[in-house]
Design a protein around this ligand. Structure first.
Ligand SMILES: Cc1cc2nc3c(=O)[nH]c(=O)nc-3n(C[C@H](O)[C@H](O)[C@H](O)COP(=O)(O)O)c2cc1C
Length: 291
């Protein structure tokens, strides 16, 4: 007989991992309600609870979501939860109560509401795990925010943060490698890192994966180096790759997967979408104030 763990919560947290293989099995409504209640009970700055969760159970809609973010497994989950920052709710309350309201124009509030949203999402992840189910955060929704806003009729003041497919697993959930605590935890004050040790720890964490340096990949990496570090970095990086005969995990991560030259170019697009949702905290306050 399997021994009961000393601390079931710690066991659950230590054994967690993302799930990308879902059974067709529906989530029992009473369990789903409890999972959502666990999210709502989360900590929240000023207890403003400035987020909403859209529960998507229509298989057609879930498939649409999977197709949209090029991650088919998302469409196979019985339930998808879309976590959104929501300042619309508080604005309506303020309007009704004749109170001044500017939270959707304040970066301070945005910062806290983003945290609130994610804290609720993580409570829900743990609740999901506690029922023997699993989940996987989907951050790539950032690439089709406007479509989501339309699909789910999100009013001004509401902004999608993350999608979370949840359901029962068809496979045993695998734990991903993480940095050892010595690279993550600082006691009393920030301790400087040793580059070489860090690089070694990251390479090990990534199972020493050596990516094939074909011409297409090299070209993309070179361009990203040129964009952020100029000719010198491009030359150094390519020399390193050619010398070793492979693309190392960190070159892969920021040269190809999250291209360093491309990512900052998206800033403006996100700010424009935020502004469309009446969340324009980088404008001068005077220019958004209504007289
Ligand atoms: C904010 C966020 C966004 C993520 N986006 C995606 C995603 O779009 N697709 C995906 O398959 N996994 C996504 N993940 C899951 C990560 O890939 C996963 O957490 C990471 O590889 C570590 O594995 P673990 O969750 O099993 O520990 C995301 C995770 C987070 C926290």
């Amino acid at each position: 007989m399997k021994k009961k763990p000393e601390n079931e919560t710690i066991e659950l947290l230590l054994e967690r991992g993302s799930l990308r293989n879902f059974k067709k099995r529906k989530i029992e409504p009473e369990i789903l309600d409890k999972i959502l209640a666990a999210g709502i009970q989360s900590a929240s700055g000023g207890n403003l609870q400035p987020y909403s969760i859209i529960v998507i159970q229509d298989p057609k809609m879930n498939k649409k979501l999977g197709d949209l973010c090029y991650q088919k497994f998302v469409g196979t989950a019985p339930v998808n939860l879309l976590f959104c920052i929501d300042w619309n709710r508080m604005k309506q309350i303020a309007d009704e109560g004749c109170a001044p309201f500017s939270a959707n124009h304040a970066f301070r509030h945005f910062w806290i509401s983003f945290q609130d949203t994610i804290i609720a999402a993580q409570s829900i992840c743990t609740a999901v795990d506690s029922y023997g189910m699993g989940s996987c955060y989907i951050g790539t929704i950032m690439e089709f925010l406007e479509k989501l806003i339309k699909m789910f009729e999100l009013p001004k003041g509401v902004f999608p943060v993350v999608l979370l497919p949840i359901g029962y697993p068809t496979v045993k959930i695998r734990k991903a490698n993480k940095f050892p605590a010595e690279f993550m935890i600082h006691h009393e004050k920030y301790q400087p890192y040793d580059n070489k040790k860090l690089f070694k720890a990251y390479t090990k964490r990534q199972n020493n994966t050596k990516h094939d340096p074909d011409d297409k990949k090299l070209k993309i990496i070179e361009q990203n180096c040129l964009d952020v570090g100029g000719k010198e970095l491009a030359k150094k990086c390519l020399k390193e790759i050619k010398g070793k005969g492979y693309i190392n995990p960190i070159q892969y991560r920021f040269g190809l997967h999250y291209p360093a030259g491309e990512m900052p170019k998206l800033n403006e697009k996100f700010l424009k979408i935020l502004k469309k949702q009446d969340m324009d905290f980088f404008e001068k306050w005077e220019s958004v104030k209504k007289n």
